[in-house]
Design a binder for this molecule. Structure first.
Ligand SMILES: O=c1ccn([C@H]2C[C@H](O)[C@@H](CO)O2)c(=O)[nH]1
Ligand SMILES: [Zn+2]
Length: 130
């Protein structure tokens, strides 16, 4: 297990609570905030399919609700993927609370497979001040 065992375990525990009866594709995410606290989340689907949301979005919601606004690293896992990567919308949501060099750890069910920065995942991202 990597040195991100705490993040990995938090994402795995969150993934166990997934509500994904439609896709049957469990996802978990865990953020380490600037203060060092871990915020996790799972994907939550809906019978009205577009109303569901992603694990990364749940984790960001927990972080912001707790009064924090800076992601220092984030880890994503999907039970059925060899290397889970955030969807386009989640890349933009992560970028809102991250710096370009903020690490995004992509996992399989065993551990971190690859780490990319959010700037690598979302080059030339939308910014009102760009
Ligand atoms: O970045 C992503 C991409 C997809 N999903 C979820 C949404 C849906 O519930 C399921 C299948 O797309 O995976 C996430 O949680 N994060
Ligand atoms: Zn997403």
């Amino acid at each position: 297990m990597s040195s991100n065992a705490d993040l990995f375990n938090a994402a795995k525990a969150a993934m166990a609570n997934t509500y994904s009866p439609y896709s049957k594709f469990p996802v978990g995410a865990a953020i380490r905030s600037a203060s060092g606290v871990i915020y996790a989340g799972c994907n939550i689907e809906n019978a009205s399919f577009p109303e569901g949301w992603c694990a990364e979005t749940s984790a960001i919601a927990h972080m912001v609700t707790a009064g924090e606004r800076e992601i220092s690293e984030i880890l994503v896992m999907a039970e059925k993927a060899d290397r889970a990567t955030p969807c386009g919308g989640c890349r933009q949501r992560i970028a809102e609370f991250a710096k370009g060099d903020t690490p995004v750890h992509l996992c399989d069910s065993q551990g971190v497979v690859e780490t990319l920065t959010i700037a690598e995942l979302l080059p030339a991202s939308f910014d009102l001040e760009a």
